[in-house]
Write a protein that binds this ligand. Structure first.
Ligand code: SF4
Length: 477
């Protein structure tokens, strides 16, 4: 899957029944769950504004906060590594695994490790890598990418999972797998062996707290806690933008994160880790490392896209997006999908590789409305659209079309005449049910637009003409 193929991938996604069932369930359930959870907060708008301002202030003093965080981690006996890009981050993690004499690695879900292609890199070094989040584990077996930030196997049904387990687990069974509970028990048994045999555990971090040196890891399955406590080495891989100043600031984001993500006050597990096992601790890793990944993030500082760094990866914008909830995540062809993916991917890969994504939006603004840190995603999508247009990327007939529109908009008399003519032509072309059947013949634009929607037959008069007629009638009355 590639972002360049978004139109074909989106069309294919619309024809996938399992995916469409999952997306329909998401459309039905998630908005209500989120709204109910946020209604339980005393003053959501004020909390949201506080979160936005705090994230902006943190990003404004990123270097200072990260250095404070690093000092705390070192004081606790850990090590912080700085990675400028994906290659550097993968090399650092690989070398840490080599230094630990590791052969087997377990991982909890982490979007930044997807972004940098960590699994492939470690496997090329000969390491055996096992994802331990259930959804990630399933898609790892299938060689797929996540289709949602929080629900990576959203595109699959029970039958798909059963077939995947049959193929990979090769367990003797009296009956084929049918029930979710049986599949869960089987995955748990497989993963238990991976947990117990792992040399290194890798997790992401939802937040880093500069004040205390905590890496904050939020999950619903508890797999991250096993990944970080059972192996002798724990490596946290996370983006540089995740740092917040204080525990109090963390509290603001935690109150918003799970409510926005899953409609619950908190996720099942929220763990704060500070370093390796201390003398007297009953459990924990003997070595603790944090890899801070830049990979294009610092290039957003000082630009109109800087608000993207506020993102707390809650996925509310995906769950409420009419485009994402129609085509799912794989159609985007990028690690990050939905509105945040459409806005962030061009910054990570360049607009040439992702020019379709900012256009995969109706600009309805729901993403910004539901974002707990108020990221102006529609404005950022407009920015990328104009960048693509300026770079003459994939614009087809858009450029002459926009030039013609600009000319007409600057000449109101001509604009009115052309619209009046268009309204009459549309009236002539329309069939009783609407204009769709005829207008699909108008090249790729007509085919694309009218494949899924219709245009009510116009009455042959423009709004301006009707307005003028009404004014004249009022004057005459
Ligand atoms: S952009 Fe906002 S709504 Fe979307 S994942 Fe990030 S924080 Fe959540």
């Amino acid at each position: 899957m590639d972002s360049r193929d978004f139109p074909a991938q989106a069309a294919a996604a619309l024809e996938q029944p399992t995916l469409q069932r999952s997306l329909a369930a998401m459309r039905t359930a998630m908005p209500g769950l989120r709204a109910t959870a946020l209604a339980g907060l005393p003053d959501y708008p004020a909390l949201r504004a506080r979160a936005r301002d705090m994230r902006d202030a943190s990003i404004g003093s990123l270097g200072e906060l990260l250095r404070a965080y690093e000092a705390r981690v070192i004081a606790a006996g850990g090590t912080v590594h700085w990675a400028r890009n994906a290659e550097e981050a993968c090399r650092i993690v690989g070398e840490l695994c080599d230094a630990a004499g590791a052969r087997r690695v377990i991982k909890s879900k982490s979007m930044v490790t997807e972004e940098i292609g960590l699994n492939d890199s470690l496997q090329r070094r000969g390491l055996q890598v096992t994802e331990t989040d259930l959804g990630e584990y399933i898609i790892q077996l299938r060689g797929e990418r996540p289709s949602h930030i929080l629900a990576p196997a959203l595109h699959l049904g029970l039958a798909d999972v059963a077939a995947t387990f049959e193929q990979h687990h090769r367990r003797p069974r009296a009956e084929p797998l049918r029930e979710a509970e049986d599949m869960l028990a089987e995955a748990r048994a497989e993963l238990r062996a991976a947990f117990l045999g792992a040399d290194v555990g890798i997790t992401g971090a939802n937040f880093l707290v500069a004040e205390t040196g905590a890496a904050v890891i939020v999950t619903n399955e508890g797999n991250a806690d096993l990944s970080m406590t059972l192996p002798a080495t724990h490596i946290v891989v996370t983006g540089i933008e995740k740092v917040v100043p204080t525990l109090e600031d963390l509290g603001v984001l935690l109150r918003l994160l799970a409510r926005s993500a899953i409609g619950e006050p908190l996720s099942a597990y929220t763990t704060l880790v500070h370093g390796p096992r201390r003398p007297g601790d009953a459990a924990g890793p003997r070595a603790f490392h944090v890899v801070l990944v830049d990979n294009g993030r610092s290039s957003l500082l000082g630009t109109t896209q800087q608000p993207l760094l506020r993102c707390i990866r809650c996925s509310a914008c995906l769950n409420h997006c009419p485009v994402y909830t129609s085509v799912g995540g794989h159609a985007y062809g990028s690690v990050y999908s939905g509105p945040i993916g459409a806005a962030l991917t061009p910054a990570l890969t360049g607009i040439a590789a992702a020019a379709h994504l900012p256009n995969a939006s109706t600009l309805c603004g729901r993403c910004e409305d539901v974002c707990p840190v108020a990221i102006p995603i529609p404005d950022i999508l407009r920015h990328w659209r104009s960048q693509a247009l300026a770079a003459r990327i994939g614009t087809g007939p858009e450029r002459p079309g926009l030039r013609a529109w600009r000319y007409l908009a600057a000449h109101p008399w001509l604009y009115g005449r052309v619209l009046a003519l268009a309204a009459r032509v549309l009236r002539l072309l329309s069939v009783p049910a609407g204009a769709r059947r005829r207008l699909r013949g108008l090249g790729s634009l007509g085919r694309g637009w009218f494949a899924w929607r219709d245009l009510p037959a116009p009455d042959g008069e423009t709004f301006q003409e009707r307005w003028r007629r009404r004014r004249l009638r009022q004057r005459g009355a």
